[in-house]
Design a protein around this ligand. Structure first.
Ligand code: FE2
Length: 250
C-alpha cells in the first residue's frame, strides 16, 4: 500500500517532525500484473482514501523479544547439530534501516522459503517435489543494536506456479520485517542474481525501475573455502520507508 496516501499529522509543538516520508510509487512492484490473476484480486481496485495517521499506526508492539518466541538463526537443520538439510548452505546478512538511514535495532524479521527442491511445508503447495525432513523453511529473529541480522539456511529451489501453465518462480526468500511501528511493517521477497528464472518472473519484472529492482536482489559476497564451514554468503540491506525503500512484494 502506498505510503503516499498517508498524511502525517499536522506539525505541533509536541510533534515537530513529519515522521514518515512517502516512498516513490514508481519504485514499487506493480499492484496488478498482466498474466498474474491473483494480483487483480489481492489489491484494491479503486484509488486509496487519504486520511491522517492514527496513534495505533504510529506505534507498534514493544519488547518483542519477550513477547514472541525467537529462534536461533541457523535454519539449515531442525535441531542444533542435527542432520543438515539437503542443498547449498548459505548465509544471508545485512542491516534494517529507516528512511533516513538510521539502523533499526530490535526489528523482528520473519523468513520463509522453499527447500532446495522448491517445496514449501504448506497444504496449498501442490508441487510434486519432496519435502526435506531436516528443513522447515521458516524462522524468526531480531536485529542487533546496530540493526544487523544474519542467518544460515539452504539456498531455495525454484517452483512452478500452479495457476499458470508456464511460470516458474525463481529461487527467493520471503521476508516480513516489523520495525518500531505498524507503519514500518514490511513484506518482500529477495532473489539471487544470475538465476535464469529471474528473467521471466512476473514479480521481479513487476518492479519497473531498474535501480529499485536491484534492491530485491542479494549481493554475493566473497567466500573462503576450507576455512571452517563452506558456504555461500549473500548480503541485503532493507530500507523500510522513504524514497530509498526496498520494493515490497507479496
Ligand atoms: Fe515463494
Amino acid at each position: 500500500m502506498s505510503s503516499s496516501v498517508y498524511k502525517a499529522a499536522e506539525k505541533t509543538e509536541a510533534q515537530p517532525h513529519i515522521e514518515y516520508l512517502p516512498y516513490d510509487d514508481s519504485t514499487q512492484c506493480l499492484r496488478q500484473i498482466k498474466g498474474y490473476p491473483r494480483s487483480f484480486t489481492r489489491v484494491p481496485s479503486r484509488p486509496l482514501i487519504e486520511r491522517p495517521l492514527t496513534l495505533s499506526e504510529r506505534t507498534g508492539p514493544i519488547d518483542l523479544e519477550q513477547r514472541v518466541a525467537v529462534d536461533s538463526t541457523d535454519f539449515s537443520s531442525i535441531t542444533p547439530g542435527g542432520p543438515r538439510a539437503i542443498g547449498q548452505l548459505m548465509t544471508a546478512s545485512g542491516r534494517v534501516l529507516d528512511e533516513d538511514g538510521s539502523p533499526i535495532a530490535g526489528a523482528m524479521i520473519e523468513i520463509w522459503q522453499a527447500n532446495a527442491a522448491g517445496k514449501y511445508i504448506h497444504q496449498m503447495d501442490r508441487h510434486e517435489a519432496p519435502l526435506d525432513p531436516n528443513f522447515t523453511g521458516q524462522g524468526r529473529f531480531l536485529t542487533d543494536s546496530e540493526g544487523r541480522y544474519e542467518f544460515r539456511t539452504i539456498k531455495p529451489g525454484g517452483y512452478p506456479v500452479g495457476e499458470s501453465d508456464w511460470w516458474w518462480r525463481p529461487p527467493h526468500i520471503h521476508f516480513s520485517i516489523l520495525g518500531p511501528s505498524w507503519m514500518s511493517h514490511f513484506v518482500t521477497q529477495i532473489f539471487f542474481p544470475g538465476e535464469p528464472l529471474n528473467e521471466t518472473d512476473l514479480l521481479v519484472n513487476g518492479v519497473l525501475d531498474p535501480e529499485a529492482r536491484q534492491r530485491i536482489f542479494f549481493e554475493p559476497q566473497p567466500t573462503k573455502v576450507n576455512k571452517g564451514t563452506n558456504l555461500l554468503r549473500f548480503e541485503r540491506d532493507f530500507v523500510l520507508r522513504g524514497k530509498r525503500s526496498t520494493p515490497q512484494l507479496p
